[in-house]
Design a protein around this ligand. Structure first.
Ligand code: ATP
Length: 238
């Protein structure tokens, strides 16, 4: 579904990605783990068209999207839930959800939009209760739910989730990951960037470890969990 080959990204003269290659197959849950500053978010931004790359290529469903901008990438089915969530804080929960569907917001699509909104509210009932509340006044967990809800509204084929567990209480994290796995079961492909390596690896079919802008290890999630180097660096030893 997604093929990234030899990708390089610079911020001015600083190289953030140095020859990154990875593959995501349809229907899988893939994670990228690594410490602060490894380049995980930069990779997500490059895939979603928010950050240009200087070398390498990105193909999605056979189409070369390397030079495409975010507004052209989203309608293809790639939805990026940003670290820090990227919501419109001064707009209501409902308006934030509707904005997720902006790229196909036409009269003939209203039944689908309504159906998707209903499914978001079923998955996250708290959002229904808060539908008229401003997004900026939601709790951290509710904001993460809204950000995922907004992505569901956008008809994702590939969902990019940047640190979905960041700053959240364990029970909320459990809830968020329950929905992520449910989306996967229903056919959405998921690429997760996480600092919580244990959590990410435990739910992933396949995973990549990133260090200083490069992929240094890869393998099935559960296999990497018992890899000595991963245990030492990301899982607090054996
Ligand atoms: P974290 O988990 O802390 O978010 P990360 O693995 O997602 O880290 P990135 O945010 O991709 O890492 O950052 C990779 C490198 O690029 C870091 O050295 C960072 O300082 C740098 N960087 C990221 N964004 C910018 C920017 N807008 N301008 C300049 N440098 C940047």
């Amino acid at each position: 579904m997604l093929q990234v080959k030899n990708l390089e990204v610079f911020y001015d003269s600083a190289r953030a990605l140095n020859g990154v290659s990875l593959e995501v197959r349809e229907g899988q849950c893939i994670s990228i783990v690594g410490s602060n500053g490894a380049g995980k978010s930069t990779l997500m931004k490059a895939i979603s068209g928010l950050q240009p790359s200087s070398k390498g290529s990105i193909h999605f469903l056979g189409e070369d999207i390397t030079r495409k901008k975010a507004h052209d990438v989203t309608p293809l089915g790639i939805c990026y839930v940003l670290e820090g969530r990227g919501l419109f804080r001064s707009m209501t929960v409902l308006d934030n959800l509707n904005l997720g569907a902006y790229h196909y917001y036409k009269r003939k699509n209203l039944p689908e939009i309504e159906q998707r909104r209903k499914s978001v509210f079923e998955r996250f009932p708290i959002l229904k209760k808060r539908e008229k509340q401003l997004a900026g006044t939601l709790s951290g967990g509710e904001q993460q739910m809204l950000a995922i809800g907004q992505a569901i509204m956008a008809r994702p084929k590939l969902l990019l989730l940047d640190e979905p567990s960041m700053g959240l209480a364990p029970l909320i994290v459990k809830d968020i990951f329950r929905v992520i796995l449910e989306l996967k079961r229903q056919g959405t492909t998921v690429l997760i960037v996480e600092q919580n390596a244990r959590l990410a690896l435990s739910v992933s079919d396949y995973a990549y470890v990133m260090e200083r802008g490069q992929i240094t290890l890869e393998g099935p999630g559960k296999e990497l969990m018992s890899n000595e180097k991963v245990l030492e660096a990301y899982l607090g030893g054996s």
